[in-house]
Design a protein around this ligand. Structure first.
Ligand SMILES: [Zn+2]
Length: 89
């Protein structure tokens, strides 16, 4: 699993919506990939903060403020993610 794929799974991970298989892979990756772990930490802080400030406005997976784009970019760059490029491998 690549870092980009993991980042897509964070919502499900926090919701407990991942299958045991995927969850294990996710947690393993978080254990050894510092940029992704930093991202997860920041994400959780953002989510809990936004839950506190606008509970009524949030339906399910949206947060008040999206994560800083710069942080996402830094992580993807650090992990060699090719998500922003078109086409496959
Ligand atoms: Zn990673």
């Amino acid at each position: 699993m690549t870092c980009c794929e993991l980042l897509d799974f964070i919502d499900d991970y926090l919701d407990g919506g991942l299958s045991p298989e995927v969850r294990e892979v996710f947690e393993k990756h978080m254990g050894k990939c510092r940029p992704c772990k930093a991202y997860l930490d920041t994400y959780m802080q953002t989510v809990s903060a936004s839950r506190g400030c606008c509970e009524d406005a949030v339906h399910h997976d949206s947060t008040c403020d999206s994560l800083p784009a710069e942080l996402v970019r830094a992580i993807l760059a650090a992990c060699g993610c090719k998500k922003s490029q078109q086409g496959g491998t």
